[in-house]
Design a protein around this ligand. Structure first.
Ligand code: PGA
Length: 259
């Protein structure tokens, strides 16, 4: 597996954290710390922070993303935001299918697929999250779960569109728990997901797709994870809220884990 065939991407998932003032301050603190990044850098912020974050990051190498979008163009979906609303705002990318959406907001593989389709149609890049629950890992069905989630999420997505998809493997038991998957566990599942993509789209597409790891990645464990051949970056929750920690992960990614 040749890592140079694909982009390394470090994305922060701020979740429901930071008001606009806090977002501006965090972006301002990050700009000098990540300006020479050897990887792509994305901050996925709450909807209400998007325009402030876009303005704060304008002209820098920090890309701003949202954390969800609806599948319909418009309509009676109280509280939802369409992909077009994001793209009109100038937002280039969106997280879809995060496990918190699946767990707390009734997101299913089918709705994830519809949201992915809508996001691509609106010209957005997608960070597609997949990953198993603890009991699923304990029952030995991690591969089946990830395979199913990837296959259903990408239904109707053409090979040419895969360049706009980043997959984030996030074992649910590792999210926000401080329990990181070992580098070996991350590598194993990321490699498996790449094989699933190869089965769907062929080897060239699989070699080119960025597959991140997410789940308690931090400044201390990032290098070891990012050194693995199939770990092409990270989706970072808690540690993305601290500029120094996030910047340390960006630095580790830029060095291919060699720091
Ligand atoms: P965490 O979150 O880094 O806080 O575990 C990761 C995520 O949910 O994307």
């Amino acid at each position: 597996m040749n890592k140079s065939l694909r982009k390394t991407v470090i994305a922060g998932n701020w979740k429901m954290n930071k008001t606009r003032a806090g977002a501006k301050a965090l972006i301002a603190e990050l700009i000098p710390l990540v300006k020479d990044a050897g990887c792509d850098v994305i901050c996925c912020v709450p909807f209400t922070d998007l325009d402030a974050a876009l303005l704060a990051a304008k002209g820098t190498n920090i890309m701003i993303g949202a954390q969800n979008c609806h599948w319909a163009e418009s309509g009676a979906f109280t509280g939802e935001i369409s992909a077009e609303m994001l793209s009109e705002l100038g937002v280039p990318c969106v997280v879809i299918g995060h496990s918190e959406r699946r767990q707390y907001f009734g997101e299913t593989d089918e709705t994830v697929n519809r949201r992915v389709r809508a996001a691509l149609d609106a010209g957005l890049k997608v960070i597609l999250c997949v990953g198993e629950l603890l009991h699923q890992r304990e029952n030995g069905v991690t591969e089946e779960i990830c395979s199913m989630q990837v296959k259903i999420a990408l239904k109707g997505v053409a090979a040419e569109e895969l360049g706009n998809i980043i997959i984030a493997y996030e074992p649910v038991w590792a999210i926000g728990t401080g329990k990181t998957a070992t580098a070996e566990q991350a590598e194993e599942v990321n490699g498996y997901i790449r094989a699933v993509v190869e089965g769907l789209y062929g080897k060239a597409a699989a070699d080119g797709v960025t597959i991140q790891y997410g789940g308690s990645m931090n400044a201390q464990n990032a290098a070891e994870l990012l050194k693995k051949p199939n770990v092409d970056g990270g989706l970072i929750g808690g540690a993305s809220l601290k500029a120094q920690d996030f910047a340390a992960i960006v630095k580790a990614a830029g060095a291919g884990g060699d720091i």
